[in-house]
Design a protein. Structure first.
Ligand code: GCU
Length: 690
């Protein structure tokens, strides 16, 4: 029976009659797959599904090389299969990084072969998915020589599931797919989730939300406490997780948990969770032993500490090094890792300043198996932020880059907003242009570093709430694998696999996708560095932190005289946290990039920008331009009617209608708000003045 949900980019539509199909059939109707491991079971299943779909007939899966055929596909390690060993250089394969693979064509006893090989099973899984991706994009495979290795060793999904509540934090795609109470029963959907993740190289999933206790829960509210995510560390739940972990393992994905820093008290009934207390140390060590007994390849713990109501070392007069290291020591004997979030704020008036202030002085003090996980910007997943100054300035610490797949501040999956261009901007950023010159993407290639994508699909038919948001999950993972991929390459792959290869469709969908992020920035912020302003005044876009206009001054620095925050040498010194060349650039409004101007500077409303327009006029113009662009994208989408399947066409068309409407509301709300303070009319008379 077909599942009642979308297969995203793993559609495997049949290849039409023609030379390409003949060539695919000749090389792939027969597949010889090594027998050895459980991952290879996943490979066989995927080949059955993918080749079956695309070739229009079931492939024959062999346990030995077929001899009476014109060609065949071989998947295995050189050690497992002679066919493979003679097609490749075994040393080259052995030298590949974990997860790396080769896809090549060769010949065996006069028969053409297509070989997918690696030294690890996960490499074979990734290589198989890569081959299927080529075929789904209708690329020739009769003469290929592909060598791939992941750039980042850890490519994680922070799946913000609220276990026992059945919901996803900032999920926007419906209820949780995981039913923790019913575990160890497994749903087919878990496997399909694992397939989606493995197909793009994800190798770790943190099963639960970083908010392991419900923010704002009243002390003593036991009914709510029963529903909190920290409970997953209780023995009764750990035991239930084993089946799920083993399912993910088949796809090369390690299981991790978000844990509560107060777990020694909550789960263990100790009197304290002080990281410097020996009983606490022992408790964590025993807990880690227990976890690894049940899940031998467990990845580690993710911790949100001292942030938004979650407990942390500050509760015990300790610091983040003490906190992270006690967990690290517990995990170390098992090869596990602590992912310790840098999203800590509260003690500074402007949260932008706090992370660098808190973490940079601790550089070099974290245990070897601690990764400090830092959001791309210093505030919080805004449509555009400067790059966190922590990057490039903690050379002695393993860092992880946290990106938000979910569109909390980019339209919450009612709006189309493609995040890949934003992430490319982050990854290509030079963290120290006149110093070590490392780009953000260069920082996540060593052992212990990696990328963490926040989000996680929900129970909606399309997994992500908006069909086009599937591209953000896809694109995040592709960038974690290879940050050198261009936006255009990633979009092209995704569109072809999702909507087929008709050039007109590909061009139109691509153009729409690439237009979305700039439009969202414009209509939701005015495009020159303001943030936290996506308030539409209605309850519709709920599950979102939406500071109302009364809170905006704190974020925007708005006054009667002007707008923006002095995060510079005149103000709170945030710009000075960067290396000198960047600090100088940001500190001067003349050299500060226009798109971040008001993030760094409070400027008079009539301050002129390079093109001669004033600050307030630029804000008005960008707000209007964002809405017009969204209308244009909506109209473009409408031209696809009949060119792609009706269900997805209609869904996106309806969402675009809503997006245009919301964008208009946001534009009006913001432009009127700016006018109320500036009292400078829009030169084009669009903003009401009464
Ligand atoms: C945002 C988001 C919260 C989340 C927090 C975090 O503030 O609104 O839901 O908990 O980020 O990253 O921890």
């Amino acid at each position: 029976m077909q599942p009642d949900y979308d297969d995203c980019w793993l559609r495997y539509d049949e290849v039409p009659d023609g030379d390409l199909r003949e060539s695919y059939r000749r090389l792939c109707t027969h597949a010889y797959v090594a027998e050895e491991s459980r991952e290879l079971g996943a490979v066989r299943e995927e080949l059955r599904r993918g080749l079956g779909g695309m070739l229009g007939r079931d492939p024959h899966l062999w346990q030995h090389p077929p001899r009476t055929v014109d060609g065949f596909l071989a998947v295995g390690t050189p050690g497992d299969m002679d066919v493979v060993a003679q097609a490749v250089d075994e040393d080259e394969i052995a030298d590949l990084d974990e997860g790396g693979y080769v896809i090549t064509t060769s010949e065996w006893e006069g028969i053409d072969t297509l070989v997918v090989t690696a030294s690890s099973d996960s490499g074979l899984v990734y290589g198989t998915f890569h081959l299927l991706r080529l075929m789904a994009a209708r690329e020739p495979v009769a003469d290929v020589d592909i060598v791939e290795e992941p750039a980042s060793p850890d490519r994680l999904i922070n799946h913000w599931d609220n276990p026992f509540r059945g919901s996803m934090e900032r999920g926007y795609a419906g209820q949780s797919i995981f039913d923790f109470e019913r575990l160890p029963d497994l749903r087919e959907r878990y496997r399909d989730y694992a397939r989606l993740l493995a197909s793009v190289g994800i190798n770790g999933v943190i099963l639960n939300n970083v908010n392991t206790q419900i923010p704002g829960r009243e002390e003593g509210n036991e009914a709510m406490e029963e529903l909190e995510g920290w409970r997953l560390l209780e023995t009764r739940y750990l035991e239930k997780l084993t089946g799920l972990a083993s399912l993910f393992r088949r796809y090369g994905i390690q299981t991790y948990l978000s844990v509560n820093f107060g777990a020694p008290e909550k789960v263990g009934d100790l009197d304290t969770s002080d990281p410097n207390d020996s009983e606490v140390e022992q408790w964590w060590a025993q807990k880690a032993d227990e976890v690894y007994d049940l899940i031998p390849d467990f990845g580690g713990f993710l911790v949100k500490a001292d942030s938004e109501g979650q407990p942390g070392p500050y509760n015990y007069d300790a610091d983040h090094v003490d906190g992270a290291n006690v967990l690290a020591r517990a995990l170390e004997p098992h090869g596990g890792r602590v992912w310790w979030r840098a999203f800590v704020y509260g003690s500074h008036k402007d949260r932008a300043v706090q992370q660098y202030d808190t973490f940079e002085p601790l550089d070099g003090e974290f245990h070897d198996n601690v990764t400090v996980q830092v959001k791309n910007g210093p505030i919080d997943f805004q449509p555009r932020e400067p790059i966190s100054p922590v990057f490039g300035q903690m050379p002695e610490t393993d860092l992880g880059l946290e990106l938000q797949i979910t569109g909390e501040y980019t339209g919450q999956h009612v709006h189309a907003c493609y995040h890949v261009p934003m992430w490319k901007e982050v990854l290509e950023f030079d963290t120290d242009p006149e110093g070590h010159g490392k780009r953000v993407k260069d920082l996540f290639t060593d052992e212990g570093t990696g990328m963490a994508g926040v989000g996680g699909p929900g129970e909606d038919r399309n997994w992500t709430g908006h069909y086009l948001a599937q591209a953000n999950l896809y694109g995040y993972a592709r960038l974690a694998w290879d940050p050198d991929l261009t936006t255009a390459e990633i979009t092209d792959e995704w569109v072809k696999q999702t909507f087929g290869t008709d050039p007109d469709v590909v061009e139109t969908v691509t153009e729409i996708m690439h237009g979305t992020w700039p439009a969202v920035i414009d209509y939701s912020t005015g495009g020159i560095g303001l943030m936290h302003m996506m308030y539409n005044g209605s309850a519709y876009l709920e599950n979102h932190y939406d500071p109302g206009p009364e809170e905006w001054p704190g974020y925007t620095g708005i006054t009667e005289d002007g707008i923006g925050k002095d995060r510079n040498s005149k103000g709170n010194g945030y710009a000075q946290q960067y290396p000198e060349a960047l600090a100088e650039m940001y500190d001067d409004p003349e050299s500060c990039p226009e798109e971040l101007l008001l993030f760094f500077h409070h400027l008079p409303w009539d301050h002129e920008l390079d093109d001669g327009r004033t600050v307030v006029q630029t804000l008005y113009d960008n707000l209007y331009a964002g809405v017009e662009e969204t209308q244009r994208l909506r109209d473009e989408w409408r031209t696809l009617e009949g060119e792609i399947d009706d269900e997805r066409w209609r869904h996106v068309a309806e969402r675009f209608d809503e997006q245009v409407e919301h964008a208009g509301v946001w534009r009006d709300r913001l432009s009127e708000y700016f006018y109320e303070h500036a009292e400078i009319p829009d030169e084009q008379g669009r903003v009401p003045t009464d």
